[in-house]
Write a protein that binds this ligand. Structure first.
Ligand code: PLP
Length: 481
């Protein structure tokens, strides 16, 4: 009589494994008895055979069942027989930890991309190999001869990289700083993590943009932080909303991605930047300025960061190599008052003893090399070209069903689907037809949007990818109206 709960957040295989474990423990399947074949059980429960394979694998890992060739899957004699051997119930441990799992849509996307390498990828928020500086990095690495001892390094990060960043930040971002005010992190993600863990406490309230990349991070909820929304319009957030949230919820920090925001592509207007600094300094609130996309501005003149206008030391500035060079190097940085950097470096030492020196050295060499500036120029051109292909594809295929603003920098296009459709249905239909993207609800409250990343797919995949997306969307619209 038992049925799978398809609305549950728990994966199907896990529900099946738990159910079987319970039936076995109640003696319904005695030790050494044979369980139904994968095919039969899949038919009975109306799931794919691969789901049963996963459920059995889970029970096997727990020592509850055994599979022997020729005699099928049986209940373990050891665990349930006369000589009990108790395997820890890993599932309960896994569920019981304080770190929440990633959002179901994001896990589904990862699984689909792993299962089908031919999917046209409008989901992964990173540069494709065709626009990454692969040959530049190879060239630098092949000329490098490492003479230093590879020991534990300074937890604030490799000094030559911090020195290169002082120059980089000054040249490209108009930020004056020193090596001692920089922390090198494993991508900007680690900066966000360290801030939530070290500078905030469970129960604290913070303001984030809506929609925002930060909504995709269960990291905030795992740390017990309450998130409040700052709606993003054409010009970014409205700083007056911060005052309202402060009055109502005593927010302690403002997280913002002001340049070519993920997912909307919006740039916070110069006027609002001034207002933002006025409001936050009046309230004594710190701003976390997450700035991974600014150097992708297609016109080649990125707007200066809020940090460059910060005279009161209220801004924690975060940057990254991920969106301008290579996400796999895992190089990010934070610029903050020295006391904050020291505290976070101490915490990160407890976590991992510091980032590997090797990618830090590669990043420093790339920043210092004459290859960096031409790479940036090429990157902007190629990103803009990919964006144009996407925009053309959307206009040609779906002019009547979608609306969007054309981004002037960054990697993403935030696209509104005009007749609202079921998000899961559309995603599954797209995966079935060979294309993938991120549903809008991952970034907050907008369920009628999709985020299409144009940086990852190859140029010749973009138009065919949108054609597949259009077929899927039209078929889902048809079935739902
Ligand atoms: C706004 C924003 N911040 C931070 C990150 C994390 O990037 P990374 O850790 O690779 O620097 C991303 C990645 O998509 C992002 O879009």
């Amino acid at each position: 009589m038992w049925k799978i709960d398809r609305l549950s957040e728990q994966p199907l295989y896990q529900q099946i494994a738990n159910h079987l474990e319970q039936r076995i423990s109640f003696g319904e399947f005695p030790p050494d008895s044979r369980l139904p074949s994968e095919r039969k059980l899949a038919e009975k429960l109306g799931v794919h055979r691969s789901t049963i394979i996963l459920a059995y694998a889970e029970l096997r890992a727990l020592g509850i069942i055994e599979s022997r060739s020729g005699s099928g899957t049986r209940v373990s004699k050891h665990k349930w027989g006369l000589v009990p051997k108790h395997t820890p119930n890993w599932h309960r441990y896994v569920e019981g930890g304080q770190f929440l799992p990633n959002l179901p849509f994001l896990r589904r996307i990862r699984e689909a991309l792993e299962q089908d390498r031919s999917l046209i990828d409008f989901a992964s928020g990173e540069l494709g190999a065709d626009i990454s500086p692969v040959s530049e990095i190879n060239q630098l690495m092949s000329q490098d001869y490492y003479t230093e001892y590879l020991g534990y390094d300074n937890p604030q990060g490799y000094l030559p990289l911090r020195q290169s960043l002082v120059t980089y930040l000054n040249t490209y971002r108009n930020i004056s700083t020193t090596e001692s005010s920089i922390l090198i992190t494993s991508g900007s993600q680690q900066s966000l993590y360290l801030i939530t863990q070290c500078l905030l406490a469970p129960g604290d309230a913070v303001a984030i943009e809506d929609p925002s990349y930060n909504y995709s991070l269960p990291m905030f909820q795992s740390a017990g932080i309450r998130l409040f929304r700052l709606p993003v319009d054409r010009q970014g957030i409205n700083p007056e909303d911060i005052r309202t949230l402060y009055r109502k919820h005593r927010i302690k920090m403002v997280f913002i991605n002001p340049n070519h925001q993920n997912p909307t592509g919006v740039v916070l207007s110069p006027q609002r930047r001034i207002e933002l600094l006025n409001v936050t300094s009046e309230l004594g609130l710190p701003i976390v300025e997450d700035d991974p996309f600014s150097l992708t501005a297609y016109n080649g003149s990125p707007i200066p960061p809020i940090k460059s206008m910060d005279t009161s030391g209220s801004v924690l500035y975060i940057g990254s190599f991920s969106k301008i060079a290579a996400s796999g190097l895992r190089i990010g940085w934070m610029v903050a008052p020295h006391s904050v950097i020291e505290r976070l470096a101490d915490a990160r030492q407890q976590m991992d003893y510091g980032l590997s020196v090797v990618p830090q050295r590669v990043a420093a060499q790339f920043l210092n090399s004459p290859l960096f500036q031409p790479h940036l120029e090429r990157l902007r051109m190629r990103l803009q070209f990919k964006r144009d292909l996407l925009v053309k594809g959307l206009h040609d295929e779906l002019g009547d069903l979608v609306s969007f603003r054309i981004p002037q920098g960054g990697l993403h296009l935030w696209c509104k689907i005009n007749p609202k459709v079921n998000e899961s249905r559309l995603l599954e239909e797209c995966i079935r037809r060979g294309v993938i993207y991120v549903p809008g609800s991952v970034y907050g409250s907008d369920t009628e949007y999709v985020r299409l990343t144009f940086a990852r797919a190859k140029e010749d995949e973009i138009v065919p990818g949108i054609a597949k997306f259009a077929e899927a969307l039209r078929s889902v619209v048809k079935e739902s109206h």
